[in-house]
Write a protein that binds this ligand. Sequence first.
Ligand code: PMM
Length: 431
Amino acid sequence: MTGSPLVMGVLNVTPDSFSDGGRFSVGDAGIARGRELVAHGADIVDVGGESTRPGATPVALEEEQRRALPVIRALSADGIQTSVDTLHAETAQLAVAAGARFINDVSGGTHDPAMLEAAAWASAEHGARFVIGHWRGVPDPGHQRSDYTDVVAEVRAALADQAEAALSAGVDRSHIVLDPGLGFDKTGEQCWRLLAHLDALTSLGYPVLIGASRKRMLAEALASPMGANRSTTPEQRDLATSVVTALAARAGAWGVRVHDVAGSVEALAVTRAWSREESGVARRDGSRHHTGLRDAAPSDAARPDAEPGAADGSADRIVLTGLEVYAHHGVFDFEREQGQRFVVDAEVSVDLRAAAAGDALERTVHYGELAEAIIAAVERDPVDLIETVAERVAEVALGFAGVRGARVTVHKPDAPIAATFSDVSVTVVRP
Ligand code: PMM
């Protein structure tokens, strides 16, 4: 696994959305639903004013914009990262001007000839990202265009071409996200094959978004006699969706687009707990794994002193230095009574790619919260040794989600040493 995927919550403000029954087609209800998705843990809210499901009736541009733009404007004003799910360049541009951070085009810029230019403008002027979906044309319920010889190779090649076209139009490389377009002119079997070979897409070097939520591919898997042998409504596919989220995380997906955000957030929490142990992080009780090779040769990911330059996030760091705390540690009575200044430097090892890719605070360690937690740890009950203080601080740092290692130095610049000196410190490196 390469970092935890972002969760993009689906907000279809369309009366004909198959999956939410059009309950959120009114502006205020849509805004409330968007806020609810964020409360459930969504990193991004994907707002769509025109259904792209097979068989859906196209709507006029003005109607699409009337539905989507006020919702995007209101959610963006709340500081929520929004995405616009649209095939239309004009809607995309208006949405970005209203605050959307993503243009999610399931046609990957092939439906509207003006879309790539709009995406380039959004990228250059607003830093907005462009989600390039794979499709072969306006969704066809009969799957007439599902005639692939090798669905994985063909979708890969098409997405690579569309990404090249976006780059040539002027979209910044760092703003491109790819999506295999599950269910768009693909049978259930073809969708599962794409998921099973996700590495063919992630190897293109762009983040990959997966949208399996409530789709027919899940219904087919659940209905099959080899599966659960039961038919499901879209909402009854949320558990199956969350399982796809967990598996997509393990396969290196950058994001998942889902209706039931809470379910996917839980699936990802479980996935992270599992992956954390695999990646060689020490347990909170100080014990180490007994998994053989990793114990014998800890991975760079777990070593706070890993060489910089690793593209896999293992060398990423957050460094907080010179944090001053007044406390009462020391072996002498006067130190305990009067107290003195301690200065802490903390360096935590945390994969920062997901945070940087989504500009998402919740995907990194909040350094303000880290500072507060360190201050509280140092101020706590007095001990004799700065070794003990450093150990305490390291333990607090390791308790932050995503932290894989910590290097902590505690300085005691006013220590009672009968000589002129500038500083004394101890450093611990954990795990
Ligand atoms: N699927 C739908 C709509 N938008 N966007 C992306 N990026 N990927 C998808 O797979 C995708 C999408 C159709 O599903 P819905 O009607 O449940 O929104």
